[in-house]
Ligand binder design. Structure first.
Ligand SMILES: [Zn+2]
Length: 450
């Protein structure tokens, strides 16, 4: 008698990422990549129960819901481990200027004028729509009105890690760091038992949070057992500023304060030297690499191959759409795979499997999840079509996903066992209405600048 499953999913190529072998030493065969040709899996509840060949799964399981992936690859869900989702409404507001001018002359004035709960709700909806259609199953967010971001992610059925932001100076919604920390406590209470939303606390940076504030953030994170994050060594300016203030580089400054920790998620880490990489590795800090944002703002190129060699878990983030200008992890994967080769003259420094692992396994690990298509793992997965001209022929599916696939090839997304995208359409949201609202906000913001 066959066992009952809630869903059976089949695909021409099933990329499990469960092998642990990076296919190094010239062994790039599918076996080393944990790929099952003509594979399938069974989902029961929010978990994957079994994985195997189509024949094995068909013989052992039956289900009322069968999803077929002809001319398609099934991969684990992608994670965006650093973004400011609501900033999607400021996409393209100001481009091709230095970071300081971008922030002080364009982004901050627009936020000061327009930031509201409604703005954040419509902005996060736009961001979730974009991310989900591009195969992102979870995102780490840091902005204002975090509870609104949590409500919207739940509407969509996406995973979100909400870093309630702390900054010393007053903003439109907070009077200083103490109020920010109170907000983080409230966010924790609101979402502490949620299946999809993880409350967390975030230090904006070492130049906007005093050592005392950083200590308070750390102690709340430890008290509530929450992850915490920080923008770290993003620009040369930041390094000079922290050195001038505290006599140490940002990473050494945080090490001295005891802020480096395995629950710390550090975004950027562009300007870090060899010794700092060792410090981050020793403390098991997880790094979010935001390659496109760093390139666009001319902040530099993070030494990711060195971080990976040191054993740091590096994942991928888009940063906000205002500095990218999209929330597309397929784009980040391709850029990351290419930039480091060009920058190091070493074509082997970040192979396709390593980059896919950064977006899946390493991203999931920042959420305390698996990021693999293996028995027992959470049922988070993405079907990528291989039907298009740009996807053929297929010699190595992993390379195809990194170097040829586009986010528009995403046809189906399952998160926590629920189908949220089918036939390239989001099921839980009105796409046209979300885009109309974005246009409305665009008109408002534009009119106030003229
Ligand atoms: Zn950021």
């Amino acid at each position: 008698m066959k066992k009952k499953a809630d869903k059976l999913v089949f695909a021409d190529h099933l990329v499990t990422m469960g092998n642990g072998d990076n296919g190094a030493n010239g062994d790039n065969g599918d076996e080393a990549l944990g790929v099952i040709d003509s594979g399938g899996l069974a989902i029961v509840g929010d978990r994957i129960e079994a994985v195997g060949t189509r024949i094995e799964i068909e013989e052992a399981y039956e289900s009322l819901e069968v999803i077929e992936g002809d001319n398609a690859a099934l991969i684990p869900g992608l994670y965006n481990t650093h973004t400011h989702a609501a900033m999607a409404l400021l996409r393209g507001l100001s481009d091709d200027v230095p970071l300081k001018i971008w922030l002080e002359d364009h982004i901050w004035p627009a936020e000061n004028k327009w930031l509201s709960e409604e703005f954040v709700r419509d902005g996060v909806r736009l961001a979730c729509l974009e991310m989900l259609l591009a195969g992102t199953v979870g995102f780490a967010d840091m902005y204002f009105f975090d509870e609104v971001a949590g409500e919207v992610s739940k509407e969509f059925g996406m995973r979100a890690q909400l870093f309630s932001g702390v900054i010393d100076f007053p903003t439109k919604t907070t009077s200083g760091s103490d109020q920010c920390i109170d907000n983080a406590r409230e966010l924790y209470e609101r979402f502490k038992n949620d299946e999809l939303i993880q409350p967390a606390i975030g230090a904006h940076s070492a130049y906007t949070c005093s050592p005392e504030t950083l200590r308070k953030i750390y102690s709340l994170a430890k008290e509530k057992n929450m992850p915490f994050n920080i923008h770290l060594s993003e620009t040369k300016w930041e390094v000079d500023e922290i050195k001038q203030k505290y006599g140490l580089t940002p990473v050494r400054h945080l090490e001295k304060l005891g802020f480096l920790d395995k629950e710390l998620r550090a975004a950027h880490c562009v300007w870090v030297d060899k010794e700092e990489i060792e410090m981050l590795a020793k403390r098991e800090v997880k790094v979010a690499h935001c390659v496109e944002s760093n390139l666009k703002l001319a902040s530099g190129i993070a030494p990711v191959p060195d971080m990976l060699r040191a054993g740091i878990s590096v994942s991928l983030g888009t940063d906000g759409a205002a500095s990218n200008n999209d929330l597309d992890i397929f784009g980040e994967m391709r850029t990351a795979a290419l930039v480091h080769k060009g920058a190091s003259n070493d074509p082997e420094c970040m192979d396709a499997y390593t980059v896919l692992k950064m977006a899946t396994v390493n991203g999931a690990s920042a959420f305390g999840l698996e990021g693999t298509l293996t028995p027992g793992a959470h049922a988070d997965m993405v079907m990528v079509s291989t039907a298009g001209a740009h996807m053929n022929p297929v010699y190595n599916i992993c390379s195809q996903i990194i170097y040829s696939a586009k986010s528009s090839d995403v046809k189906m997304v399952i998160i926590n066992g629920n189908t949220l995208v089918s036939d390239g359409r989001v099921l839980n949201a009105d796409q046209d209405e979300i885009i109309d609202k974005a246009r409305y906000w665009g008109t408002q913001v534009k009119s106030s600048r003229n």
